[in-house]
Design a binder for this molecule. Sequence first.
Ligand code: HEM
Ligand code: HEM
Ligand SMILES: [Fe+2]
Length: 485
Amino acid sequence: MLINGELKYESQKLGMNYFRVALVLFGAQLLMGLIAAIQFLYPGFLFEIFDFSVSRMVHINALVVWMLYAMIGSVYYMIPDETGEETVGIGLGKLAFWILTAAVAVVVLVYIFIQVGPGNESTIWFINEGREYLEAPRWADIGIVAVVLVFYYNVFATYMKGRRTGIMTVMVANLFALAGLYLTGMFFTDNISVDQYWWWWVIHLWVEATWEVFVGTLAAYALVKIIGAKREIVEMWLWIEVLMLFGSGILGLGHHYFWIGTPEYWWEIGALFSSLEPVPLVAMFVHVLYDWGKEQGHCESKGSAHALNNSPAMAWVTANAFGNFLGAGIWGFFHTLPQVNIYTHGTQFTAAHGHLAFFGAYATILIAMMYIGVQGSYGIKKMTMTFKTKMALTLIIFGVLGMGVALTIAGYEQVLVERADLGGGWDAYFIAQDLPWYIQAQGWRLAMGVVTFVGFIYLAWDLLTIGAVESAQEESEGAAAAAAA
Ligand code: HEM
Ligand code: HEM
Ligand SMILES: [Fe+2]
């Protein structure tokens, strides 16, 4: 990750810078998660020094921001490969990167140091907008819009100038929707139902529509790049998924409108369409495995013409196919019917789904893109897994799955005791949190969080060193082959 030596395009170098910041923010996200998890068990931990409200907020905002960084990085990285052109406004793009990074640093410092106190019109502008996941104050909101406009102009103009592949066509159209949706979370109303109604447009229509399509394009690009999958096949799947994701995802929004004061017809709409949401996720899963299987057969018959050239990336793409299906598809479907959701709403079950889905659907594929970036930066022809790659894969996946299971158990206890047995009142909430099943589950979550964090250290270490290690190995193999010949 440290050098860009072999990259021919400025756009790809810029992409690598986005990946670097993403990795730092990912680490920060996990540290904040650990603090919040300790506070679940020991509520006095850092009380009035670094409150739960702050650690939780920084945890989930850092999550969203590192993912957006890695997404922008991926786009800048793939633009030259797909279009055959350097990004049109690359100078402006670089400037936007530095402005955005400076703004993110200021916002994080404000989150951490100036948080407690009364809220009014000026705090919305300068401290915190108070919308979960998108808490950035309004000045930063407006700055983000400006930076995203530069980014979108760059993608669009380069697309118009260069080769227009199917992957890029979907990318350009989808990014327009993705960026446009951010605007729906920017205006303030003093009616909490109206506010939540629009807020969900960003949160739900990002993660269950536009981000899903986005990772579909990344998976397509990655498969073409690392196993030489046939473009016609991945692009055909991509179009099918776009159709299905928008079909189920848009009205699936109804599963957040059950209890926020919106009309009751959302029960039926939300139940029906959100239950269909796992269908495209199954299709994506089949897509990756089908392409892979087909390509394997193809390689054998042709003497491995397109053998796998980046095993770490392929491992994470595979984790993505499974993880998206499990975290979003299965864990999402569990609680999406109003008859179930009335019991599970806002319990630790929701947190289990949130962790498994964000990790499975997004973290995995973005990590794969980082490995593709490292491969390009060092000009490695065939990148294999190091010991660190394997440790990172094992510990992170095991840790996140473990956290998911622990939180599911805690959620199950809340459903039974707090909701079903005690009727879901104020007292019931606290009684349920004092019982052993809940406390033990929170203990396991913390332990699994530590495992995840150790895995992250291996990941960062690997990303920083694998390029040099693998290219040295290729060179020495090349020299040995030359000497033998
Ligand atoms: C990658 C895709 C997805 C991600 C990243 C994701 C993430 C999340 C997160 C973080 C929440 C909690 C929001 C909050 O703080 O209130 C949530 C809620 C929810 N998700 Fe997903 N989700 C995804 C896909 C799905 C799918 C496909 C379904 C249904 C089939 C689903 C069903 C739900 C439901 C019903 C809730 C509300 C839970 C409650 O009432 O407490 N999600 N999701
Ligand atoms: C070191 C590992 C981690 C620990 C200890 C941890 C801990 C936590 C804690 C304590 C919360 C607050 C839950 C609540 O308010 O009930 C939380 C929320 C959340 N975390 Fe993590 N986390 C970790 C890693 C991750 C990862 C890897 C992701 C995704 C890629 C993630 C995504 C989320 C999301 C989406 C929420 C909000 C969930 C909701 O409100 O439903 N976390 N995490
Ligand atoms: Fe949703």
